[in-house]
Design a binder for this molecule. Structure first.
Ligand SMILES: Nc1ncnc2c1ncn2[C@@H]1O[C@H](COP(=O)(O)OP(=O)(O)O)[C@@H](O)[C@H]1O
Ligand SMILES: [Mg+2]
Length: 391
């Protein structure tokens, strides 16, 4: 036996739930060969025992097939609390943690970041759902290559679609292509609630939610319906985008959502031919804003043509080009996000009790003045942010 033979045998072992193998993922850390005895250490990012068992079984079988006599597979897995300690209202109790991805404006890479973070979390062994709550521009199905797949209905519930190891649902999957709806405040709130209540999500470690841009009804409704564990803002480095991102961060604060950080997207440009990095929209301009809100830059994602191509062709870069700089940065951001979630839960979790509407169902919060003070940046520009529909 040689190390080369071992590697080639292990490249037949796919990581459970994915089409890629454990060598390509870079999980094989140590190989010791002594005659026909082989010992390997595989470092995985999942704490699920069934993942470790499956890899052990398959690796042992493949190595024996390649001629090894005695095989020892050591799995190094992180300890990961799968429980949530959050309180308050949760209309999707089988989902442990909720990550709200927001941005001040559209086109900054919110969906791209949601998709790649969700996939990175799944590649790290979490059970992940991705909810495309951007009802005004539901692009997630195209970015995952499932734009023509229609979900199945079970009873009066919708079964989420599956792509690249994650569960997905989007208004785009429920409507005909190109069709549009005109959303009023109350409808937005209802849609968000239905996404959480009427979709048969599995027991998820986390649900990543791609929000509509801005700070309005959808954000408030989501935060009142489920305890949001972490809020992430996506911005581009220009000052005009940062202005809007400040409103996004301020919204997290007002809704008592812990701020997980800022993704500075389109931060520099990496030329595909030379690998040289150019400054286009500026770079590093987000840092003072992060400081102002006591948070950090989760990732600086460069403009990389492969990101756009991956989005248009439904082949997310984190999954298809794990060796790219962008994929590595999303993977690192996902690790950071998860570490924060673990810490938040260790410290008692989040609670959305304080932001519940104080009026009985059916009574407008506006008429009582009980509506939480929201920045008046609603996406349709005319609602008070409570979804009462009275403005
Ligand atoms: N870092 C990047 N490099 C290259 N293209 C990008 C990058 N981030 C986003 N894009 C592209 O920019 C467009 C807008 O991104 P998208 O994620 O849809 O923004 P949003 O959801 O905020 O409206 C998409 O075509 C996407 O593929
Ligand atoms: Mg989008």
């Amino acid at each position: 036996m040689t190390e080369e033979i071992v590697k080639s045998a292990l490249s037949n072992v796919t990581y459970p739930g994915f089409t890629k193998d454990i060598v390509t993922f870079g999980f094989v850390k140590e190989i010791t060969v002594s005659g026909s005895d082989v010992s390997v250490t595989v470092e995985i990012t999942s704490s699920a025992p069934e993942v470790a068992q499956q890899i052990t079984d398959e690796a042992t079988a493949e190595l024996k097939r390649a001629g090894a006599q005695n095989v020892a597979v050591n799995i190094a897995a992180p300890k990961m609390p799968r429980e949530s300690s959050s309180h308050g209202k949760n209309i999707a109790p089988h989902v442990k943690n909720f990550i709200m991805v927001s941005s001040g404006k559209g086109g900054v890479g919110k969906s791209t970041s949601s998709v790649n973070l969700a996939i990175a979390l799944a590649m790290q062994g979490k059970k992940v759902g991705l909810l495309d709550a951007d009802i005004y521009g539901p692009n997630v199905p195209r970015m995952l290559g499932i734009e023509s797949v229609k979900p199945e209905i079970e009873g009066n519930k919708v079964i989420p679609l599956k792509a690249y190891g994650i569960e997905v649902m989007s208004m785009g999957s429920l409507m005909e292509e190109g069709q549009s709806l005109i959303w009023r405040g109350a409808m937005v709130m209802k849609a968000i609630e239905q996404f959480l209540r009427d979709i048969l999500w599995s027991e998820l470690d986390c649900l990543v939610i791609d929000m509509p841009p801005g700070t309005g009804d959808a954000q408030l409704s989501l935060a009142q319906s489920v305890p949001v564990t972490l809020g992430i803002t996506v911005t581009t480095p220009q000052t005009v985008s940062l202005d809007d991102s400040r409103r996004s961060l301020d919204m997290f604060k007002k809704l008592n959502i812990p701020i997980g950080g800022i993704v500075e997207n389109m931060s520099g440009f990496i030329a595909p031919d030379t690998g040289v990095e150019y400054d286009i929209f500026g770079k590093g301009t987000t840092e003072p804003l992060a400081k102002e809100f006591g948070t950090k830059i989760l990732a600086e994602i460069p403009i990389e043509p492969a990101v756009r191509v991956g989005g248009d062709e439904g082949k997310p870069i984190t999954y298809f080009k794990p060796e790219s700089e962008t994929a590595k940065r999303y993977m690192k951001a996902a690790e950071d996000v998860w570490a924060q979630i673990v810490q938040i839960n260790e410290e008692g979790g989040v609670d959305n009790e304080a932001i519940q509407p104080t009026t009985p169902p059916g009574v407008s919060a506006c008429s009582t003045g009980a509506a939480p003070q929201q920045p008046s940046q609603s996406s349709d520009g005319e609602s008070c942010g409570t979804g009462c529909g009275c403005h």
